[in-house]
Design a protein around this ligand. Structure first.
Ligand code: FAD
Ligand code: NAI
Length: 468
């Protein structure tokens, strides 16, 4: 007799493990299926956590070399011990994945390790690494199988010299020249890590701007700041081939619109051109579940697929590929399966890029408001006018608030600056509660803090910022 559950979740990334825990809290008997040796998915193993550990360590390394002296802290020229820094990163991963294993046990969730394949609605076959198979059954199945690296045609990722984000988190030595293909989040975060550790970094981007989807004002300012740090950009360009036969990689780069190619030498090339939904081996086609034209699992407003009893969440469905989006969908779908009113507000999903300075946003960009003919007011406040930023000498960047011209409701908040990632939480809460810019402006903010710049930007919506 196969084991019988209320719910089987395939995949233990932030979507899957959070869904399993919420379902267990709601009294369901839950199993998770995971093909890797550790839980936590892309985010904990090769994504959010290791990249943030390296961003943190490399930022301190950079500051020790370039900023400490100005503050009267003499440490001499810092020396890099890369193996120890990589171990620091691995320990961060280890602590987090063990934390998920603990939470699964605590919530009495059965973990089945192996590749899960849906053989029929309500039935999952789990194939372990040694080839042994077991079948488990449940009333509902949630597909939370996440995403994988997008490949560039004709270029083979070996994770040594031509790497994806996974290889770029574990380079054995600092490359002298790092070529980054794609000026998206991964390219800029990991490009920043290796630039701080001593690499010359050149980023080649297909579009004529960095960070598509981010407010253009922010992206422009941010590009200038990265250029000041020494990162080079080649926009409106595409890498068409990388010859790895010699000691140095030779990348052919053409204008995006076509034209003569130039060659750039590099020691390591990071391919960071996006991620694609991961459904390999799940057997979706055999059960009649068709993917959309981008390989995603189509779902309705309740995360239900076209096959009754099968749901999907996280990177494998439409929407931003973000851990917190996957987590919120995990909670919502568990609640929906339990007969409750689970819901995700897609208008208020914050987005943070953990570079230095950080970039954080929530809600609509100015371009989106223009495209949908929404009349809006803009309030902008630079960190160069914020007391705490001046005290810390971290004055790069600004806060920009977009508010509805008629109702003053906050429609979007965009921040480039130190600690922007923490500051965006205030904006997200305000938007979740339907706040007007005036509400933020009239909320007492502690002094001296960076979030005072958020309050000032809200005042600036009504042209009454105090410190400008
Ligand atoms: P995943 O985390 O991808 O998990 C899916 C799981 O399913 C995996 O463990 C996989 O092994 C398993 N699986 C797949 N198929 C099967 C199968 N058939 N049987 C059994 N198991 C299966 N997002 C942020 O919000 N903040 C960040 O700072 C951030 N940084 C990132 C940095 C990098 C370098 C990368 C690559 C991504 C980053 N992301 C970040 C994105 C984030 O990792 C993803 O959005 C998130 O992991 C998606 O969660 P998920 O649960 O949908 O899928
Ligand atoms: P991305 O979608 O952010 O950026 C990819 C970039 O590559 C785009 O600018 C695109 O125009 C460009 N591009 C595409 N094809 C190209 C080509 N042939 N040549 C040159 N440029 C090309 O994808 P990225 O950076 O790989 O990240 C994947 C996902 O992981 C993102 O969706 C992101 O949400 C998530 N992530 C989130 C992080 C965070 O929240 N801090 C950190 C890292 C990843």
């Amino acid at each position: 007799m196969p084991d019988n559950y209320d719910l089987i979740v395939i995949g233990t990334g932030p979507g899957g493990y959070v869904c399993a825990i919420r379902a267990a809290q709601l009294g369901m008997k839950v199993a998770v299926v995971e093909k890797e040796k550790t839980f936590g998915g892309t985010c904990l193993n090769v994504g959010c956590i290791p990249s943030k550990a390296l961003l943190h360590a490399s930022e301190l390394f950079d500051e020790a070399g370039h900023v400490f002296g100005k503050m009267g802290i003499k440490v001499g020229t810092p020396a890099l011990d890369l193996p120890t820094m990589l171990r620091f990163k691995d320990e961060a991963v280890d602590g987090n994945v063990k934390g998920v294993a603990f939470l699964l046990r605590k919530n009495k969730i059965d973990a089945h390790v192996g590749i899960g394949r849906i053989v029929a609605p309500g039935r999952v076959e789990v194939k372990a690494a040694d080839g042994a198979t077991a079948t488990i059954e449940a009333k509902a199945i949630v597909v939370a199988t996440g995403s994988d690296v997008a490949r560039l045609k004709g270029i083979t990722i070996d994770e040594k010299r031509i790497v994806s984000s996974t290889g770029a988190l574990s380079l054995a030595k600092v490359p002298q020249r790092l070529l980054v293909v794609g000026a998206g989040v991964i390219g800029l975060e990991l490009g920043s890590v290796w630039r701080r550790l001593g690499a010359q970094v050149m980023v080649v981007e297909f579009l004529d701007r960095i960070l598509p989807g981010i407010d253009t004002d922010v992206a422009r300012q941010f590009q200038r700041l990265l250029e000041k740090q020494g990162i080079g950009f080649k926009l409106a360009s595409k890498v068409t081939a990388i010859d790895s036969s010699g000691r140095a990689l030779k990348a052919s780069i053409e204008p995006a619109a076509g034209g003569a190619a130039i060659a750039i030498d590099a020691d390591v090339a990071l391919i960071a051109i996006g991620r694609v939904p991961y459904t390999a081996g799940l057997g979706l086609e055999a059960i009649g579940l068709k993917l959309d034209n981008r390989g995603r699992v189509p779902v309705d407003g309740h995360f239900a697929t076209t096959v009754p009893g099968i749901y999907a969440i996280g990177d494998v469905i439409a929407g931003p590929m973000l851990a917190h989006k996957a987590e919120d969908e995990g909670v919502a779908v568990a609640e929906i399966i339990a007969g409750k009113a689970g819901h995700v507000n897609y208008d208020v999903i914050p987005n943070v890029i953990y570079t230095s300075p950080e970039v954080a946003s929530v809600g609509k960009t100015e371009e989106e408001l223009k495209a949908s003919n929404v009349a809006y007011n803009v309030g902008k406040f630079p960190f160069s006018a914020n007391g705490r930023a001046k005290a810390n000498q971290q004055t790069d960047g600004f806060v920009k608030i977009l508010a509805d011209a008629k109702t003053d409701r906050v429609l979007g908040v965009h921040i480039v600056g130190a600690d922007a990632g923490n500051m965006i939480a205030e904006a997200a809460i305000a938007m979740e509660f339907g706040a007007a810019a005036e509400d933020i402006a009239r909320t007492c903010h502690a002094h001296p803090t960076l979030p005072e710049a958020v309050k000032e930007a809200a005042l600036a919506v009504d042209k009454r910022a105090i410190h400008m």
